[in-house]
Design a protein around this ligand. Structure first.
Ligand code: 5GP
Ligand code: ZN
Length: 113
């Protein structure tokens, strides 16, 4: 989608540190990491957020989670990690292209803020 930051990163129009890519998903380092590992995994298809995802998006939504798990394995995050999807203003969503945060490499408190 024109003017979507993450669509432009996927297209290579805006630079990012790519971590992983397959036919349906794309992953890159978060610009402002909140943990030693902070990777964003996004569907290549533009979906604004989880609330906008349709039943036909079930496969790609799941694939983003599985890609996060694979990246966590590759990075040896055997002590644990967290995947997070922020949806809407109360959750602090700032980029409206669905993304899974993969956070790891430090102890993560619960509940989140
Ligand atoms: P949200 O708050 O929407 O769940 O997460 C958006 C994330 O995108 C934030 O963690 C923010 O640091 C990250 N971000 C914002 N702009 C850029 C950018 O231009 N490049 C990268 N790599 N990450 C970005
Ligand atoms: Zn997009």
């Amino acid at each position: 989608m024109l003017n979507c930051l993450f669509c432009r990163i996927i297209a290579g129009e805006i630079p990012a540190n790519k971590v992983y890519e397959d036919a349906d998903t794309f992953a890159f380092e978060d610009l402002h990491p909140q943990a030693p590992t902070h990777v964003l995994v996004v569907p290549k298809k533009h979906i604004a957020d989880l609330a906008e995802a349709a039943a036909t998006d079930a496969n790609v939504v799941g694939l983003c989670q599985l890609a996060a798990a694979e990246i966590a394995r590759q990075r040896g995050l055997s002590k644990g990690y967290r995947t997070v999807v922020n949806v809407g203003p109360d959750a602090g969503q700032t980029v409206f292209h669905l993304h899974v945060h993969l956070l790891g490499g430090r102890s993560l408190s619960w509940p989140p803020g």
